[in-house]
Design a protein around this ligand. Structure first.
Ligand SMILES: CCCCCCCC/C=C\CCCCCCCC(=O)N[C@@H](COP(=O)(O)O)[C@H](O)/C=C/CCCCCCCCCCCCC
Length: 211
């Protein structure tokens, strides 16, 4: 992974995650998250409890992918089939499979909705737009529904430490503001497509509430 964050690279990893027949490659899906974590790490220690959680989930999926059953973890579709066919998912309460691929990916999937909502707000924001408000509105519409009170409070504190809109635009390394807005416009349908394919798969298999 390169040192400097680039929105273009995030776009490319999510683009690579889609196969011709619209399956989602886990390798590229987690590479996209790794890029985003590198961005979050650059924001300071106040975000480290969030990035640690994402890193640990990326690690769980990487371990499956490089493990002896790695061939079943190539796409999200093959992972879901393999884990369900072999009773490897705790469906109602955490038991013998507390860190299945399906439940781990579900956490990142929920966060992908936050990302989509946040980036859409950023794309359409005006100069006086506040990133903390964009971030927390997107959070309240997505991830917050799955987090207990204590996490919601800690996340609220972290949002106050977010840099302003200009810094976000610069850090994306995608040119001037007009170019960033254009790249966001290109990236968002792709992120939305990856999200929707995963969502449909999880709905079909009744996996959206995995403990
Ligand atoms: C394109 C550039 C601009 C955007 C860059 C954004 C970079 C964001 C990178 C990561 C986003 C956060 C992803 C959070 C995943 C959370 C997964 C989760 O829900 N975990 C909880 C449940 O897990 P289990 O306990 O069931 O295993 C876990 O309890 C939560 C822990 C930490 C809190 C997570 C809060 C997420 C807030 C999202 C906003 C992040 C703000 C970053 C600002 C750039």
């Amino acid at each position: 992974m390169a040192d400097t964050f680039s929105l273009q690279r995030v776009l490319e990893t999510f683009r690579s995650s889609l196969s011709e027949n619209k399956e989602v490659y886990i390798k590229y899906y987690i590479a996209g998250w790794q890029e985003l974590v590198s961005f979050m790490n650059s924001l300071g220690n106040v975000f480290s409890f969030i990035s640690k959680d994402v890193v640990s989930k990326i690690q769980i999926l990487e371990n499956f992918l490089s493990g002896e059953n790695g061939s079943y973890y190539v796409t999200i579709q093959s992972m879901v089939k393999y884990e369900l066919d072999n009773d490897l998912v705790d469906l109602t309460k955490r038991g013998s499979h507390p860190e299945s691929g399906c439940r781990t990916l579900l956490r990142l999937h929920r966060a992908l909705l936050w990302l989509e909502l946040f980036l859409e707000r950023l794309r359409t924001s005006t100069e006086d737009g506040k990133t903390s408000v964009m971030c927390s509105d997107a959070y309240n519409e997505s991830l917050a529904q799955h987090h207990p009170w204590l996490i919601r409070k800690a996340v609220g504190v972290a949002f106050c430490a977010l840099p302003g809109r200009d810094t976000f635009f610069n850090v994306m390394n995608a040119g001037d503001h007009t170019q960033v807005v254009a790249l966001l416009g290109e990236s968002l349908p792709l992120i939305a497509e990856v999200y929707q394919i995963t969502e449909d798969l999880y709905v079909k298999n009744h996996l959206l509430e995995l403990p």
